[in-house]
Design a protein around this ligand. Structure first.
Ligand code: ZN
Ligand code: ZN
Ligand code: ZN
Ligand code: ZN
Ligand code: ZN
Ligand code: ZN
Ligand code: ZN
Length: 1755
């Protein structure tokens, strides 16, 4: 390895340390040729400091560079010690008001949607919080790095440009002042020369291209043979390729290779080998050879170490310059001057130019350093920003070309600075006027798009991958165009006009290349062989959409410009036309006596293109003209006379016909490419400059020509002319049954054509077309979206077109048209349409897709039915057209239109003879409705003297001309009204007739005043329809009832799992099912209920029957029957942990007998409560296992459960399970037959008896272990021992359970042992029973915590599954000893007992401070039967339970008193000392005596009693639950409801005196001894002396960490977080552990660690230390919650942050401000407390199989 050539850390050259900055600077001050002096200094020292070995030592290098190289410069510059000089400069400085903070990757940035000039204007967090915008509508994003804060830039903000910090002081004026006046003359001079020399040096060395030769003035005398093999970054090779190649080429480990690759990716280059030239050259050739197969090879250079050294210093120098100019704006200005000063070579020779022009040759790291310097210097100085902008514009073409051929991302290119320059309105304007920027950008763009066809149009067919790549990069130029146009000029100079129009010309050239591109021809016969390329053309169109709109916006601002642009556009359109009309022959069309000349052209036979940007731009400009005043005042200025309407409509019409034909299925053989194009043509992203403009163009055409002519041309283009011009053509068509397809096709085409006419007349809610404003337009869009269904904010935004500022304008109007409904715990907030807006609904709204249209129709009809209205959906009342479009309405009443209407109605009347469709009729009815609305409007708004020329009603009353005397339209409608086959349309026809009558009335009364509907008409109508209405109402009621029943049915049919899942989510929350409330223990009369001891309430025996979910057989739970089991999931848990750093270190040696009170690692058991036969489950599990094995052989598919670990899904509810719990009867009933309450021992006696029994056992045990001696001394020992009365240690009770139950006891016990300790299963291990008791205790504790946290009553309604789980778990734990070795259980009991009652035979017992008393209690109670079963003295088991409980309770009280930190402060006792208080005070005194008065001075009895009660409560509650499930004694009813405090009831239920302290007084004999023994323990003493800590009581519940209200502060926190492993690098996926608050560097190579032999990501590794395998994280950049369990399981969960519209923003794409939703966060916490994370993951993975494949372990 290379490192062997030199020691790792080369020693520091002593001469370097001796170098004095002051002396050097002094020498320079004397010097006449400063440049030479400095260069000599650098030439000598730089190679001595930098690049001394294979690996860089940045700290050391920087330290030395500061000392030897930069220090002298600073001295020289200041003329004194820089420690004084710089602060002086800083004080004299008048800082500018620009913030200019350069953003780090991932840092939050804010843009005000109300005040930012464009969305690129952003603020840093600090400025934002101090600005007025925090109360505005803002957007938040995370920066991708680069870019800076625009605070203080008056051009960036319409309002509030300054934050509090950067605000102008009142005395200051904004006018520019030369910052140099604040600097002393001599400093200016020295700064100038220093900057000039150093900047020049840096530029020269960074752009130096030779590999082993330095610039002459830096060349060294003696040159060592030390080289670097330098690897450069490219975007072609992947990480993996680079790592693999490096391992091969330089023979390094994978870890080193990863390190190299990471640095190369970050900095752009890294030396991978150091040594002599040969050595490096060899590595280079291997790398090149290995990477050159498919692509171009990785770039590698062998460079002399001194060159690398100078380059590294060059970079350092640039950063240094950046920091020096921070001291003073004057210094900054000097640097700008130096940088922009033209060099000796003239044009483009300034240092800034040189850097820019070499940009693409520099490596990433160098680029970002100098870009940053530019940003903090040139872009921060208002004067030089302008000069720099000019340089940038002059070099624009070259810079962009470099960028296009380079392969680095745009953010690493100097071309990316365009956003900083072009978005400044004044600069953009200046560059347009003086540098002709618009034209330059467009021309540059066109230069790079060279694929053209014969007509000069763009052609993307068959373009290569390289061209595609280039095309992608060229698109960024469109972005530049957008930046330049984004802020519109407020005033126009002649220069601006001229240059803008010049740019407009160029733009038209561009559009001309697009007009007609990608033409298509209908494929007949065969399907297309290859899908033609279409995406490139659409990408171009899509990217240009906003630019096209903005061009129009600019034109709209100035009439002169508008008219010029209009003329230019028209001219270009005519040029385009000239190109493609050849060969089209003229024909004549005539209908109803009208005739028109047109050309013969069939969309279905000839070429047609969907791309018509020139026509569409003209349409846009036409609308603008229509809006402007010129159109009325000086129409002669407009080139309207040059317009040829047929020419204007031709191409848009073809395009719309194409859509209709595609819809009619005529283009099926052209494949998906066409379908996609049609889709995007209508899509919200494109339609504004495509479909919408085509409609406008047709509207323009119609308004300028005879509507009859228009309709005939239209019929001809739709290829329907024949049908409507030939009488009875339809009949003929229908009779030719041979062509069913053709009939269908024609029907659809007719429908489509009618739809188009509806749109042409109806779509006038566009400013300029109709007399409306922009607000009306957006309102109408929203109304129609919400007519489909209520929508969330984001859904609505997606359906509306965005402008160039990403705004839809929705917020301005939404309140007016919709109500907001807030979200619940899940789901989103929704907008619902206001009822008063329903009348504006138009069924034929042009932006509806087919699916949306039918959904909206259905929804609206349903709504009408609900409101008991008729279901007609008549056309809404429309605003009037603008004058330029006014004549358009005549299309509704022109002869050809009437002919079309009549024809369709005729078909419907004679409905069997013709091919027609209901949709056709529906559209005709809609058109008639529109005409009637129009006429009504005209009548209502008519001026006195005017004559209404719109006379539709008269025309439809007249009979038709041909064929002779056919009925009038009105007559046909009346006929159709009663047609049985048109039931659906009846309401609409009735509406038409009603409206017709109303208009007739209006006409009659027109001389007086317009009357709406007369009363008469209504009453007449109502009487006629009375019966009918009644019938209808009844039918409606019946229908509603039916619907309700159906809904209920389907509700019930919903899949079982779904319902259950619902239930699971309720777990412990909300109201549990009422069936669970009723404890299935029998009701006991209202005697005081007691759960343990001699007074235990007797519960009548009860038989229990259960059904197996697998075989559906019912069975009784009995001791001797076959086992029934519950599916269960056992997991390790740290939910209750008070010490997360503690884990089980060596599971093989770990002794779980005593649980530490920090509860650091417990074993939790949960169950879904589903019951199976043990054998049924066994069979089920075997089959799952077999299936999984087969599956894994075929392909390694993951599942949501891990069969190898015993996991399976509950067969009923698919809940993740890993074992089963046997169902048992209360086990105490089986052993506690000897109930004899008279004459039971008291605590003292009992302890004595038990101690004797233990002694006896221990002696016997000893003898057994030494059998030889035992045999000889047997009798003697037994004599001495004197077995306690009635104790028979030789007795072994018979196990009462059936074999099957015994097997399940062992199975479940072993499962707890295996999972809880993470060891291999071993049913004989003595720790198995301990683990069972522990899991019982831990599970009860965790449930008690949840209940307390929720303020729920202890015995309130528990969901069934929890109740079942706790019951079976407790009974199981109580029965488990029967399958364990008696001696083992006895041994556990003895040891547990000894922890409270001192016994010399154990040396390693924990002190009482280190024992969790509830775990101890459970262990003692459940182990006790093993001892008691050999006791025949007549003491009942219940007596033992009671005494054990009292003993442990006493110990706990002492534990609490010892650890309570009551301070007798402010809180004074409120009542005179009661009995309890005096007693506890006395006890405390005793304690003080026993501890030698180390205990604090006696606080008041009141305080002591309070803390004892509080500290003891959780223990008592857990005990109550435990004894309840153990004995089956129901809880007193008072404890089943919440609200009151239950301390007394608890005590009664648990057989405790209300004054707990009396326990001590009653047993004073033994108490004293015990307390003394507890306090004498050395650990207790250490604690009392303050040498160690102990847990105090009550233990607080663990909570997830506190999250900030505002999400951006989390983003900010994460942006300051750097990867802990790779020295200061920003983490790409910072992820927050919600349990402990640790930030992790997730999903990245750098932070992978090895866990159990596998590489895992930081999150997975963390779950093992923090959550024993389970983790809850927040991925900060994505705003996503991540659940992890084990290495293979995980899912994403919705984050607890919502925007103002009640929606989450996973992925942070929308950028609305996000705020913490406490309820949702609580829900996550609850999942955690309930140990449901794993289950949640299981359900998520079952629901979404793709989650299974995610590589969770690398997160
Ligand atoms: Zn700022
Ligand atoms: Zn600021
Ligand atoms: Zn604002
Ligand atoms: Zn069964
Ligand atoms: Zn289940
Ligand atoms: Zn954690
Ligand atoms: Zn990392």
């Amino acid at each position: 390895m290379a490192s062997e050539l030199e020691p790792e850390v080369p020693a520091i050259d002593q001469s370097l340390l001796e170098c004095s900055a002051e002396e050097t600077a002094g020498k320079w001050l004397q010097s006449t040729d400063l440049t030479r002096e400095v260069y000599q200094h650098l030439a000598h020292y730089v190679p001595k400091i930098y690049c001394r070995g294979p690996n860089p030592f940045p700290q050391k290098e920087d330290m030395l560079a500061q000392h030897v190289l930069l220090g002298p410069l600073e001295w020289y510059l200041c003329g004194e010690d820089p420690a004084f000089g710089f602060p002086k400069l800083e004080r004299a400085n008048k800082p500018s008001h620009l913030c200019g903070r350069v953003f780090k990757v991932g840092e939050p940035t804010y843009s005000c949607r109300d005040c930012a000039v464009d969305p690129t204007c952003v603020l840093c967090m600090e400025c934002f919080l101090g600005s007025i915008h925090r109360d505005h509508r803002y957007r938040m994003t995370t920066s991708g790095g680069g870019g800076f804060c625009d605070c203080g830039d008056t051009e960036a903000w319409k309002e509030g440009p300054y934050c509090e910090k950067h605000e102008l002081h009142t005395s200051e004026t904004e006018e520019e002042e030369d910052p140099l006046v604040h600097l002393p003359e001599d400093v200016i001079a020295r700064t100038y020369s220093t900057f000039a020399i150093m900047f020049h040096y840096a530029v020269e060395i960074l752009t130096w291209e030779k590999e082993s030769e330095l610039p002459a003035d830096l060349e060294m005398v003696e040159k060592s043979d030390t080289y670097y093999c330098m690897l450069f970054n490219d975007e072609v090779h992947t990480y993996e390729q680079v790592i693999y190649t490096l391992q091969k080429a330089v023979n390094c480990t994978q870890k080193e290779a990863i390190g190299f690759a990471t640095t190369v990716d970050r900095d752009g280059r890294r030396s991978v080998r150091y040594g002599d030239f040969q050595y490096c050259e060899q590595a280079k050739s291997v790398i090149v050879r290995n990477t050159s197969r498919q692509t171009k090879p990785l770039k590698v250079q062998v460079m002399h170490s001194s060159i690398v050294a100078h380059q590294n210093f060059g970079l350092k120098l640039l950063s240094w310059l950046g920091s020096i100019i921070g001291y003073s704006d004057g210094l900054r200005r000097i640097l700008c001057q130096v940088g922009l000063q033209e060099g000796p070579d003239g044009e483009n020779s300034s240092l800034v130019d040189r850097l820019m022009l070499n940009d693409s040759k520099l490596w990433k790291g160098a680029r970002s350093v100098y870009h940053q310097l530019f940003m903090s210097s040139l872009l921060m100085d208002l004067k030089y920003k302008k000069l720099f902008a000019v340089r940038f514009a002059k070099n624009y073409e070259r810079l962009q070309s470099d960028y296009v051929t380079d392969d680095h991302d745009r953010e690493f290119s100097v071309a990316d600075l365009s956003v900083q320059i072009f978005t400044v309105p004044s600069l953009a304007r200046m560059l347009i006027t003086e540098e002709n920027l618009l034209t330059i950008i467009i021309k540059t763009f066109m230069d790079h798009l060279r694929h053209r066809d014969a007509q000069g149009r763009f052609q993307f067919e068959r373009y290569t991958a390289l061209q595609a790549f280039k095309f992608r990069r060229v698109q960024s130029l469109i972005l530049d165009l957008k930046y330049v146009l984004i802020s519109k000029p407020t005033e126009w100079s002649d220069g601006l006009r001229q240059k803008f129009l010049e740019g407009f010309d160029a733009f038209l050239e561009l559009l001309k290349c697009m007009q007609g591109m990608d033409p298509i021809t209908r494929q007949v016969g065969q399907h297309v062989e290859m899908e033609p390329e279409w995406e490139a053309a659409f990408t171009l169109q899509m990217k240009l959409t906003h630019v096209i709109s903005m061009m129009q916006d600019w034109c709209a601002l100035d009439e002169k410009v508008l008219i010029e642009a209009y003329k230019k556009c028209l001219a270009v359109l005519m040029q385009c036309h000239g190109g493609f009309t050849d060969g089209e022959q003229p024909i004549t069309l005539s209908i109803c006596g009208h005739s028109v000349e047109t050309i013969r052209y069939c969309v279905s036979q000839e070429k047609v293109s969907i791309h018509l940007p020139v026509s569409r731009l003209l349409a846009g400009l036409h609308v603008l003209l229509s809006k402007s005043e010129v159109a009325y005042k000086f129409p002669e200025l407009l080139p309207l006379s040059e317009l040829s309407p047929p020419m204007l409509i031709e191409h848009p019409l073809r395009c719309l016909v194409l859509c209709a034909q595609v819809h009619a299925g005529m283009w099926r053989r052209n494949g998906f490419s066409l379908v996609n194009q049609i889709y995007y043509y209508h899509n919200v992203k494109c339609r504004r400059e495509m479909f919408d403009k085509d409609i406008i163009m047709l509207q323009t055409g119609v308004s300028m020509m005879d509507p009859n002519h228009f309709l005939m041309i239209m019929l001809s283009r739709f290829e329907l002319y024949q049908i409507f011009s030939t009488p009875d053509y339809g009949k003929r068509l229908a009779s030719e049954i041979t062509h069913k397809d053709v009939v269908q096709q024609n029907n659809t085409l007719i429908e489509e054509m009618l739809y188009l006419i509806i749109m042409l007349v109806g779509e006038r809610v566009t400013p300029g077309v109709g007399q409306v404003n922009a607000t009306d337009e957006i309102k109408r869009e929203i109304i129609h979206q919400l007519s489909i269904k209520p929508m969330a904010h984001s859904e609505l935004v997606k359906s509306l077109p965005e402008d160039e500022n990403k705004e839809t304008g929705m917020e301005r109007v939404i309140e007016a048209v919709a109500h907001f409904k807030k979200p619940g715990l899940t789901g989103k907030g929704m907008y619902e349409l206001k009822p008063e807006c329903v009348k504006e609904f138009n069924l034929y709204f042009y932006h509806f897709s087919r699916a949306e249209q039918s959904k909206a129709e259905e929804a609206q009809r349903k709504l009408k039915r609900q409101n008991r209205e008729d279901t007609a959906l008549p056309p809404p009342i429309l605003p009037p057209f603008c004058p330029l479009f006014a004549s358009l309405v005549n299309i509704l009443q022109c002869d050809v239109m009437l002919c079309i209407m009549r024809t369709v109605l005729q078909w419907a009347v004679e409905h069997t003879g013709y091919a027609w469709s209901e949709s056709m009729l529906q559209r005709v009815l809609h058109l008639i409705g529109m005409a009637l609305q129009e006429e009504k409007q005209h009548l209502e708004n008519v001026m006195e003297e005017h004559v209404v020329t719109f006379t539709f009603t008269q025309k439809i009353s007249k009979p038709g001309e041909a064929p002779n005397n056919s009925p009038s339209i009105l007559a046909m409608l009346e006929t159709l009204q009663n047609a049985p086959y048109l039931e659906v349309h009846k309401d609409m026809i009735r509406w038409i007739l009603k409206t017709f009558n109303a208009i007739k009335k209006m006409r009659e009364n027109s001389s007086t005043s317009p009357v709406a509907e007369t009363e008469e008409a209504i009453t007449e109508e109502s009487s006629r329809d009375k019966d009918k209405a009644e019938r209808k109402r009844k039918a409606e009621i019946a229908r509603l009832r039916r619907e309700k029943v159906m809904a209920q049915m389907s509700e019930m049919q919903r899949h079982f799992i779904d319902e259950n899942r619902e239930l699971f989510q309720q777990t412990l929350g909300l109201e549990a099912s009422s069936s669970a409330v009723l404890d299935n223990s029998p009701m006991v009369s209202d005697v005081t209920l007691t759960a343990l001891g001699p007074a235990q309430t007797q519960v009548p025996k009860q038989r229990q029957f259960v059904t197996c979910i697998l075989c559906q057989e019912e069975q009784e739970v009995k001791v001797e029957s076959k086992a029934m089991v519950l599916a269960a999931f056992v997991q390790r848990s740290t939910v209750l942990s008070k010490n997360r750093s503690k884990g089980i270190q060596d599971p093989e040696k770990y002794d779980p007998l005593f649980m530490h009170p920090d509860l650091s690692c417990g074993t939790h058991t949960g169950s879904c409560g589903h019951i199976m036969h043990a054998h049924c489950w066994q069979r089920y599990f075997d089959s799952v296992q077999a299936k999984e094995q087969r599956r894994q052989q075929r392909l390694r598919l993951h599942t949501s459960y891990d069969v190898e670990n015993g996991e399976f899904l509950c067969p009923l509810c698919e809940c993740l399970s890993n074992t089963v719990i046997p169902l048992l009867l209360p086990p105490r009933d089986i052993f506690n037959n000897r109930l004899n309450f008279s004459d039971q021992p008291n605590l003292t006696q009992w302890i004595r008896t038990v101690s004797q029994q233990i002694k006896a056992l221990q002696i016997l045990r000893k003898e057994e272990s030494i059998p030889n001696i035992a045999s000889s001394k047997n009798s003697k020992n037994t004599d001495k021992l004197q077995l306690p009365e009635g104790f028979r240690p030789d007795f072994h009770p018979k196990n009462p359970y059936s074999d099957s139950i015994k097997e399940m006891l062992t199975t479940f016990g072993t499962a707890i042992y295996k999972v809880g300790l993470k060891v291999h299963p071993n049913e004989e291990d003595p720790r198995v029973p301990v683990m069972c008791w522990g899991s019982c205790a831990y599970t009860i504790q965790s449930i008690e915590r949840i209940l307390s946290d929720d303020d729920k009553p202890l015995f309130g309604p528990l969901p069934c599954r929890l109740d079942d789980c706790l019951r079976s778990l407790t009974r199981f734990a109580a029965a488990h000893w029967t399958v364990a070795l008696l001696s083992v259980v006895q041994g556990h009991f003895c040891k547990l007992f000894a922890s409270l009652v001192p016994d010399d035979s154990y040396g390693d017992l924990p002190c009482i401070l280190d024992i969790d008393m509830f775990h101890l209690l459970v262990g003692l109670v459940l182990a006790f039967p093993a001892l008691h079963c050999q006791d025949f003295s007549g003491i009942s088991l219940g007596t033992g339970d009671l005494h054990i409980f009292h003993l442990v309770t006493m110990a706990h009280i002492i534990q609490i008193l010892l650890t309570s930190c009551t301070e007798a402060n402010g809180m004074d006792q409120e009542t005179p000392a009661g009995e309890e208080e005096l007693a506890v005070l006395a006890l405390y005194k005793t304690l003080r005596q026993c501890t030698g008065s180390v205990l604090k001075e006696t606080p008041s009895g009141w305080h002591l009693w309070r803390s004892v009660r509080a500290g003891l409560a959780p223990f008592l509650k857990c005990s109550a639950l435990f004894f309840h499930y153990l004995s089956g004694v129901p809880a007193p009813p008072e404890m089943q409801v919440s609200g009151t405090r239950h301390f007394e009831q608890l005590c009664n239920y648990l057989s405790l005196p209300n004054n707990l302290i009396s326990l001590f007084q009653e047993n004073s004999e033994i108490t004293k001894v015990l307390i003394e023994s507890w306090c004498q323990n050395s650990e207790v003493k250490r604690y009392l002396n303050g040498e160690r800590d102990a847990i105090s009581y009550p233990r607080e519940s663990n909570k997830l960490i506190g999250l900030p209200e505002d999400y951006s502060s989390l983003i900010n926190q994460a942006s300051n977080f750097s990867c802990p492993k790779s020295g200061g690098d920003k983490s790409r996926a910072p992820t927050l552990c919600l349990v402990c608050g640790t930030l992790l560097c997730s999903q990245s190579y750098c932070c992978q660690t090895e866990l159990e032999g596998e590489d895992v990501g930081a999150c997975t590794a963390h779950t093992y230390s923090c959550g024993s395998g389970v983790g809850i994280f927040l991925r900060v950049r994505e705003c996503q919650v991540l659940f992890l369990a084990g290495k293979t399981k995980g899912c994403f969960y919705s984050p607890p942050y919502l925007d103002d519209y009640g929606e989450t923003d996973q992925g942070l794409r929308r950028g609305n401000p996000l705020h913490l939703c406490k309820e949702r966060f609580k829900k996550i916490q609850k999942l955690w407390h309930q140990h449901s994370i794993t289950e949640e993951i299981g359900h998520a993975q079952e629901a979404n199989q793709t989650l299974v494949g995610v590589d969770w372990q690398h997160l």
